[in-house]
Design a protein around this ligand. Sequence first.
Ligand SMILES: *[C@@H]1O[C@H](CO)[C@@H](O)[C@H](O)[C@H]1NC(C)=O
Length: 398
Amino acid sequence: MAGKWSRVFLLAVCAVSLLGAEVKVSIPVGKLFTHELMRETFQIYIEPLSKLYGNFYDDPIVFKCNLQNFPDLPEWLRFTQRHPYDNGFLYGTPAAPGNNIIEIFAINKRSYVTAKQILTIAIVLDKNPLPYQAEFFIQLREIEKVLPSAVQEEIKQDLQRLWGSEALEVVNVTNALDRGGRVPLPIAGHFEGVYFKVGSKQYFSECLQKVLTPEHQRQCTSRTRVKAPGGCNFCNIPSNCITWCKTELFNVSKPKPTPALIMGSGILESGGDFNPPEFSPERDFFLDYIITVIVPLILAIILCLLLSYIMYCRREGVEKRNKKTTEIQMYHHHTIHGTSDELRMMAGSRDVPPPPLSTLPMFNFRTGERVSPLEGTSPTIPLIMAHHEPYSDTLPRK
Ligand SMILES: *[C@@H]1O[C@H](CO)[C@@H](O)[C@H](O)[C@H]1NC(C)=O
């Protein structure tokens, strides 16, 4: 028992002691920021438990990140962790200077011990901006595989040779899924793809400029398999090779002229009271009147006339019908008519007309006695009984 409680106590102590770890970084605007959330660093805090429960170095750990006091990360920062047994990554390119305080929670999915880390990111203005930027699409990669700095370096080396310049910096890395890409089939050899953007102060090399040639663009639109333009294939590792047709060049030094936004104070100028105009200019509504009222009216009248002509003037009269009917048929018809008229007359002159069957009572409302409708013709039984009975009679009197 005592052992169990000490474990609980230890658990509580370490859960509290996890708080307070803090990391500070300073990064420039417009350059890629990556921060790997190492499982091992967080496992240091969870370590005491492993002494109690055996080897826990391989616990699944998930990370949850958010901007302090907010539910989510800032817009520029993304988080990815493929699997609880993989490291997580925070990455993104800040667009404006400022301070971001990120809360990182690591949750051990086996013991449910959590650890918290505070990451303070100070974003400062970039002193040497990179005017020439190029974005490459790497088809055979996934975002987590590209973010470790060693891989970034590999890819950069290829691009440095392509650019013919050492001074190259990674500007932005994006998962292709975030740019409308499709989730690949779960088959080996299918990848999500990554957009990799680098920038430099040096102008694009000849190889890169070939992307802009009409010949290259024509090749890309016709569905033939496009290889690197002559002599420009610099990729050493096949998985780092770029898709030439998705290469884009940007010149950031000449910002696109955007119409300047003029900010007012947000308050309308005071100009006294509103004076409604006394005279309004004459407007001619005659044509509108014709189109919206007269024309539909005329159409309605024409339709009405047409309908009445069809209904009345072209109607077959009784005389015409009779003329068409054969003599023998007419005779037959008249005989039936005559006979039924006579029968009706004879019925009307009977002395005591029996009441219609439908008005006969089926059973006596008060006594519950059933009466056959055929016997019920006796005049002693009133035809309608219930309607004259006061309601209170049916209930016991109080
Ligand atoms: C980085 O790329 C993403 C996705 O393409 C884009 O939304 C973001 O604005 C880019 N960041 C910068 C600073 O260009």
